[in-house]
Design a protein around this ligand. Sequence first.
Ligand code: GLU
Length: 468
Amino acid sequence: MNVKTRFAPSPTGYLHVGGARTALFSWLHARRHGGRFVLRIEDTDLERSTQESVNAILEGMTWLGLEYDEGPFYQTHRFEHYDSVIDDLLARGLAYRCNCSRERLDTLREEQMAAKQKPRYDGHCRALDVSPDEPHVIRFRNPLEGSVVFEDLIRGRIAVANSELDDLIIRRSDGAPTYNLTVVVDDHDMGITQVIRGDDHINNTPRQINLYQALGWEVPHFGHVPMILGEDGARLSKRHGAVSVMQYREQGYLPEALLNYLVRLGWSHGDQEVFSVDQMIELFDLSEVNRSPSTFNTEKLNWLNHQYIKQADPARVAHLLSPHIGDLGIDPAEGPDLVTVVEAQRERATTLIELARISAFYYRDFEDFDVKAAKKAFKGDAAEALAAVKTHLAELESWEREPIHACVGATVDALGVGFGKVAMPLRIAVTGGAPSPDLDLTLYLVGRESSLRRIDRAIEHITSNTQS
Ligand code: GLU
């Protein structure tokens, strides 16, 4: 069978991590089976749907690399088609008009609640022939007997008695078709074989299966992905921090790190943590997805991001880093090659923002010394050591790593002190205390002029501090 899956977000907000994970699972299932992946925008709620949200969803999917083979399809472009399906159901007696007033429905509900019954429509209009000229909704005539049974790809067998389900509204009084109708029509028309979605829809599935059956359509398979919780055990939401996928980009995460984090949220393969996209495609299996909710763990995401920053092609990291460098008001063209800086610094950063922050000193003078680092490095004869090494460095013919290294060595020998007595103050003088690689590489990248200027500045700093 030709596998086809879909992601069907409602454009009423940004793409959040829960949606992105559902999209990822759906996408992986399609890719794993050589199938196709469809993007469908469920924009029937005209009041809450916005173009901005559509754009945010598309942007998020593109950033994560979840490319779709078909779509985006918009439900608002398909109203005529939904109408014809509803008319067909009406003509065949599988749906009916209902003009129950709000008051009647409210009273019914109150009575049912008082009798400790599940509130449900009582089928009052089933046998009445409500005129199309009166204000009305259309309800689906749900079977009264039997039950709906399906094998969920994640949760296993699920059975719901039809007596639990009521006659659901498929067209509102304003003429708009409802979610349960449009989703069935679309999944059928688009040839979806596996409907993979959040388990907040699990109660809709039996109703949808009844609709498929009434329409004489083949029922697809369903897989309901458990929700994501915050570390406090409550459903993941804004108050837990970033939930929008694009916020992660702003915060300096690599898309492959977020993707890797999301695939592991509810799915595992042995104790492997790091998965390339190709490995995910090869190994991902819906039947191995956890049935219980997963907890979002920022520390683990940070760990993965760090791994990816360390491993990814440095040119690519540099490319992703440059906007963050730009945010600091730095033009990377005015300093050392950014790719070389990435290679030198990347082991020391968890996010691109941090990488930008700890690399700023290569491009511009830092404002203040890190207090702790300065206290430790600028003591004893630090000023003398700096003055001595500066004399040597200033005489260098070529500003290359090897001669810089030799210079520090020669100063150490001439002063007859330990290496650290020269190297430590020199490092802090030039970096201000930011994490940095080998001293010769650091100085080489900072450049001759800036290095010498910063050594002078450090000497001044030390002398003025000792005088005061
Ligand atoms: N549009 C629905 C939502 O955003 C998803 C519907 C579905 O996947 O069936 O929750």
